[in-house]
Each structure stands twice: as structure tokens, then as C-alpha cells.
Design a protein around this ligand. Structure first.
Ligand code: ATP
Ligand code: ZN
Length: 285
């Protein structure tokens, strides 16, 4: 088999972003009706659609070569697989929540409590490290209703906005884990799978880098050019082009999303005008 087999979630929160990642890597995927597996049209990749919880086992067994799963699933399942890259989507946290009415001062208040979760291993490890003695009840879904129906005193579940907790009369009190989607692989890939994975990783990194950066164009008065470009790192250095008006130049640069607004505010204060901000598709260094 001269293709790399990638496992992605069949449906659910990681599905859309996993397909989009392949698309951003210029890999065309035709999704059939049965959606069990498909083959990429322009890259040696076979895509298997699976439940996210099953992917670590398939990766350990080598049924799939690589797969996209949440870090939460990866750490809970403890299979022998390799983390290759964090992917920046599917962000959430695994948190402990208690009923709003419960007075909560610190983690010691969880001693002796019954906690419902789909993540028994991670919760056990979290409590053991903090010398908390709680009773863990493993349930597979709708964890947030457990306190309401008397099944448990508190829960440990995935949270992103916190609205599900709020609707169920719960408040978040401890974070067990920060999670995001991860590309993981079988421990030993043969050839040509290893080579194909490196090609895919190269594309994924270019896409990730582009997502974290913006291309900006701005008009700068020449008498402040030196000062202004000191705020603009660029990829190698900033591009400066003359304008028809000889007192001004056009400056092009690449700015990281994390400090984007800080840089823009500084530039505005220095007299920069006409700032255009463009998304970048890929950055290949
Ligand atoms: P499956 O049918 O594949 O088992 P599931 O119901 O277990 O699906 P989803 O709810 O689709 O799983 O979540 C898949 C992954 O998405 C989670 O394991 C987690 O990594 C990530 N995720 C991101 N935000 C959230 C969230 N708010 N709640 C749950 N999972 C989230
Ligand atoms: Zn699942």
C-alpha cells in the first residue's frame, strides 16, 4: 500500500476542522455517501472516518498510520502512539464543576465527593497528585446532568464556553487539562508512509504559520520610516516601496496575530495611514 492512512472523526466537533485542515493543505477529498473511508484525489492519502475514542487504538495497532484526536482523548487512552503536531483547533478544557449552590473554597472541598466523568484516568491522576480522595463514577455521555439526578456530587467534563455547565446549574472550579486537536501517529511507520507523513507535516506547518500571521500594507511618512519599521519584524525584513507622492512610502510586512493590535496601535500613534490587513494562505520558509 503506497498511501498514508489518516483517521479522522466521523462526525462531531473535530470533523469539520479536520477536513478543512486537509483542504488548507491543498488536499482534495471527495466524501462518499457511506463515509467509512475515502481516498484523496491529489495526494497519497487514504482517509478513515472513525469515532474519536477509537482512533488511539487504531493508531497503536497500525490500522491507521496517523490520526487527528483531542489531546484529552490521547492522554485518557494512554496508547503507545506518537504526538507529531498540535493543530490549533478543537480547543477546550477538561474541568471539574460543582453545583452553583455548593460553597467551594479549594480543591480539598472535593474530598469524599462522588464525581461523574468520561475521563476516569485523567481525573484519578489529577486527584492522586493533590491527595484528594474522591469516588470516580465513569459514565459515557451527558455527564453534566449527573448531579441533577443524584448520580454524583460533581462532574469532570470538557468545557469551551461554559454555557452547558451554566444551563445545568453548575460552576467550573478546577481545570484538569487544556486540550486541542493533535496529529498523532503509529510508533513505527515504514516507507513510503514516513515520507508522505513528512510531506503532510510540512504543509500543515506552513498552514499553521500562515494562520498565526497577517500580511499588512501601510502608508508611512518618509520622515518617520526608520522608527516605524523598527516595529515591524517581517519574515526576513520589511518591504519598502516608493509612492507617487515622494513624501510617503508603502510598507509591507508580516505581523504575528498575538501582538497584532499592540503593533497597530503603536503604528497609528506614529502617523501611519491606510492600513490594509490581509490573511495569508501559507508561509513556506
Ligand atoms: P464520537 O462520536 O466521535 O465519539 P464525541 O461525542 O465523543 O464523538 P465530540 O463531542 O464531537 O466527541 O468532541 C470531539 C472532541 O472535540 C473532544 O474530544 C475534544 O477534544 C474536542 N472539543 C472541543 N470543544 C469541545 C467541547 N466544548 N465539548 C466537547 N468536546 C470538545
Ligand atoms: Zn468520542
Amino acid at each position: 500500500m503506497d498511501k498514508l492512512k489518516i483517521a479522522i472523526q466521523k462526525s462531531g466537533r473535530l470533523y469539520e476542522d479536520s477536513i478543512k485542515l486537509l483542504k488548507d493543505c491543498s488536499i482534495e477529498v471527495n466524501i462518499g455517501i457511506d463515509k467509512l473511508k475515502t481516498t484523496a484525489l491529489n495526494f497519497p492519502l487514504e482517509i478513515l472516518f472513525l469515532r474519536d475514542d477509537d482512533i488511539p487504538q487504531y493508531l497503536e495497532d497500525g490500522v491507521a498510520d496517523i490520526g487527528i484526536i483531542g489531546k484529552n482523548v490521547l492522554l485518557e487512552k494512554r496508547k503507545k502512539i506518537k504526538i507529531k503536531e498540535t493543530l490549533g483547533f478543537g480547543k477546550c478544557r477538561l474541568s471539574i464543576a460543582v453545583p452553583k449552590s455548593l460553597v467551594y473554597n479549594d480543591i480539598k472541598d472535593l474530598n469524599g465527593k462522588r464525581i461523574a466523568t468520561s475521563y476516569p484516568f485523567l481525573v484519578k491522576e489529577f486527584f492522586e497528585k493533590r491527595y484528594i480522595n474522591a469516588e470516580i463514577h465513569e459514565i459515557s455521555g451527558a455527564v453534566e446532568i449527573a448531579p441533577g439526578i443524584g448520580l454524583a456530587d460533581c462532574i469532570c467534563d470538557l468545557v469551551s464556553s461554559g454555557s452547558t455547565l451554566f444551563m445545568n446549574g453548575l460552576k467550573e472550579v478546577e481545570t484538569v487539562l487544556q486540550s486541542e486537536a493533535i496529529l498523532a501517529s503509529h510508533l513505527y511507520l515504514g516507507m513510503p508512509q514516513n515520507l508522505i507523513m513528512d510531506k503532510l507535516l510540512f504543509r500543515i506547518r506552513a498552514v499553521k504559520k500562515a494562520k498565526n500571521n497577517k500580511y499588512i500594507l501601510l502608508n508611512v511618512p518618509n520622515n518617520r520610516l526608520k522608527k516605524i519599521i523598527s516595529y515591524l519584524p517581517g519574515v526576513k525584513s520589511t518591504v519598502i516601496l516608493p509612492l507617487a507622492n515622494s513624501e510617503w512610502s508603502s510598507v509591507h510586512s508580516v505581523v504575528n496575530e498575538n501582538n497584532f493590535w499592540g503593533i497597530i496601535e503603536n503604528l497609528k500613534a506614529l502617523g501611519v495611514q491606510d492600513i490594509l490587513v490581509l490573511p495569508i494562505e501559507k508561509i513556506i520558509l
